[in-house]
Design a protein around this ligand. Structure first.
Ligand SMILES: O=C(O)CCC(=O)C(=O)O
Length: 240
């Protein structure tokens, strides 16, 4: 995949960029079918989002999966896709190195994820999130939302999130006047976003549409670990 100079400039300035139609409908259908079949085989290491006290929560049946590449060959292959690696290399001018894989199922009526910066979790720089849409996503089914330009603000303080709308308990404090923009995507589109870009998603309000996404986080060959300032890492929330 070759990103245009305009796309690279948008990523650098705004902290995110969408590449359209990267995957064919057949490729996306194959990934969807694969991950639904994996999910149906039962719990996996690192599953997150289930609420055993709330039997009706849709995430009980479809918790988020993480680091499937550790135990699933197809994830390993998908995360090594030359198109994704090339995109990250062009955005960082370095060699992409896989750090994490995730699969969000986001079934009908599922909660979203409160807005955050990925480096409030993963303290390595640079860090690039690569979000492969496996379904069309829009405001109704809980598309990704971003705060353009927040990649330039450094790491912001963390605070508790509203667990009635978010399956994760932490969020980023928003800069004053923050503009939150929804990113409409078609299945097969890919969103690249910087580790400091504030992003997340609202609940899936539909009763009949999943919003599945295959997400890889890449660092680079030259990436460095850093020590987050006090109050800017999700683990600091629990340290209070
Ligand atoms: O897909 C979502 O709802 C949120 C994803 C996210 O926060 C991430 O990929 O870092």
């Amino acid at each position: 995949m070759q990103l245009t100079p305009q796309q690279i400039a948008q990523y650098r300035e705004q902290g995110y960029v969408t590449a359209k139609g990267v995957y064919t409908a057949q490729e996306v259908a194959k990934l969807r079918e694969h991950f639904m079949a994996v999910r149906a085989t039962g719990s996996k290491p690192g599953d997150y989002g289930a609420e055993p006290d709330k039997p009706n929560d849709p995430l009980n049946k479809f918790p988020r999966m993480i680091n499937m590449h550790d135990w699933d060959e197809e994830t390993k292959t998908a995360a090594g896709d030359a198109r994704l690696l090339a995109g990250v290399a062009q955005l960082t001018n370095d060699v992409a190195v896989l750090n994490q894989t995730m699969l969000y199922f986001k079934p009908p009526l599922a909660r979203g994820q409160a807005l955050h910066q990925d480096q409030q979790y993963i303290t390595i720089d640079p860090l690039v999130g690569v979000w492969v849409a496996l379904d069309d996503s829009d405001s109704a089914n809980g598309q990704m939302v971003v705060v353009p330009g927040s990649n330039k603000l450094g790491l912001l303080p963390v605070e508790a999130a509203d667990l009635s709308t978010s399956f994760t308990g932490g969020q980023s404090r928003l800069p004053s006047g923050a503009k939150i923009v929804g990113v409409d995507m078609k299945a097969g589109d890919v969103l690249f976003f910087d580790g400091k870009t504030i992003h997340g998603s609202y609940p899936n309000t539909t009763t009949d549409r999943f919003r599945r996404s295959f997400i890889c986080h890449y660092i680079t060959k030259g990436a460095k670990k850093f020590e987050p300032a006090k109050g800017t890492h999700m683990s600091h929330l629990h340290a209070k």
